[in-house]
Design a protein around this ligand. Sequence first.
Ligand SMILES: Cc1cc2nc3c(=O)[nH]c(=O)nc-3n(C[C@H](O)[C@H](O)[C@H](O)COP(=O)(O)O)c2cc1C
Length: 218
Amino acid sequence: MILDLSIDDLLTTTRTIRKRLDLERPVERAVIEECLELALQAPNGSNHQQWRWIVVDDRDTIGRAASIYRAAMDQYSADIAAGREQYMQGGSRSQEIGESVAHLKANLQRVPALLVPTLADRFGVQRGGTRTTYHDASQWGSILPAVWNFMLALRSRGLGSAWTTIHLLREREMAELLGIPYETHLQAGLFPIAYTIGTEFRRAARRPVSDVIRYNGW
Ligand SMILES: Cc1cc2nc3c(=O)[nH]c(=O)nc-3n(C[C@H](O)[C@H](O)[C@H](O)COP(=O)(O)O)c2cc1C
């Protein structure tokens, strides 16, 4: 099923879905593969395609992955409480987002499938090589456009996901669970995959262009 969405609708309504993930409806491998095929059209550095996409649809493994996710989120909350972590704090809509985040945390083990995109660490970030913005941008730019393509493709077919990175506080544990070679391969995040409950979504709350654009300089 392809939804009747204009390109602008698709781009403005591909939301972070947590409470409206349909936890009862199975997701066929064929639809995941179709979305991934579209995702892989994204640009990536030198077209190396040093990626591997781990789809988890085994219930026991999803349950274990969800445990790692919850433990990472608890660790994050403890770090905030102790003043050790400020990142991502204080954004707009933080109470609403907090409830939604808690819902996903409580239900992640029930999602039909998970995706963990991985990338070979060609830029030496984990091995302590010289690291510049060039390396970071090239590395993440070699996987994240494809991840976003994947989310757009899901949306176009009546499915949804939520971009999550919190489990990367415990990246090694996830690597052990999924057999990812931790020393050489990075994980880009953890993405629940499910049909959405209903297919109508609103535009995102974002700062207006006029606030953030400058012409010809800072
Ligand atoms: C880099 C990144 C990391 C994120 N990590 C998490 C996460 O670990 N858990 C979570 O529930 N949401 C996570 N999110 C989702 C954001 O909280 C979400 O995009 C925000 O709530 C705004 O929602 P919207 O995009 O639908 O407007 C992440 C998003 C991004 C882009």
